[in-house]
Design a protein around this ligand. Sequence first.
Ligand code: ZN
Length: 340
Amino acid sequence: MFPTTIAGSLPKPAWLAETGKLWPEWRASGTALHDAKRDATLLWLKEQEAAGLDIITDGEQSRQHFVHGFLAQVEGIDFEHKQKIGIRNNRYEALCPTVVGPLALRGRVHETEARIMRAATDRRIKFTLPGPMTLVDTLADSYYGDRVRMAFAFADLLNQEARALAADGIDVVQFDEPAFNVYLAEAADWGVAALERAAAGVNAATAVHICYGYGIDANRAWKDTLGDTWRQYEAVFPALATSSIGQVSLECINSRVPPELMALLAGKDVLVGAIDVATDVVETPEQVAATLELAARHVPPHRIVACTNCGMAPMGRHIARAKLQALAAGAALARSRFGV
Ligand code: ZN
């Protein structure tokens, strides 16, 4: 009961990339960069093991950004002429590459990371990919002219990579869809269907992570506009409940999400955010356990996985490490209270 995992990303060490940034510049290039990414991946695998986490990730150490790591292997995109566009419904502006032709994968995207992980640990391992709707929302388009058509084209590429990751020994393939919390009607209308296309036939557990973003100023300002209760999940959870996706990762601690919305995910494993990534204050095991107990009022306890609200990429390393330990200790405390 209450196995532990994280949403996905972890801070990059200062010798790998700039710290405290969502789009950090690498510190090295060529073979030295390749080695530094591998070293950082191994380091975080061991940190997660040492903290006592059950389902561990590569901390996204090998990609500059959670979306652009995947895009780097996609044909049909012009990366040279980036356009400044508003993303996440104009919450922020970003310099985005443009889709200029039919999308196709050049080859494997994350085989190196998956193989490093599988060889380095006996624990269950999870790999994160951006979801189709979030990919579409992070690009300019001068070819498809239709968000839905482009999302399904991306879903096919994601499916190709997800199936290969499962064959590499990945136990959980997770798609990150922060866009689901922004385009509520579209998420229910076609976002979930595109996600199912991405996850179809993948020989691993499948998950989707839906959040209110990293702990950066633009997200804090956005959250302040959302009112006293955040009911965005209510729009998409019913569609997810009847979907083929097995697990849903959501925000809980310190959020204004009404916990009863978790009950809309009947039949799914629920990754409950019990660690806040928007503050450097480290949760106590008691707070983590209380969050899991709150979730257990709405979700069968055997379906609950203790998780973080979102990725920890922009955080200080020592804070992230302490939060991993708090997560594991809090889940152990909750387990003991449930008599397990
Ligand atoms: Zn997130």
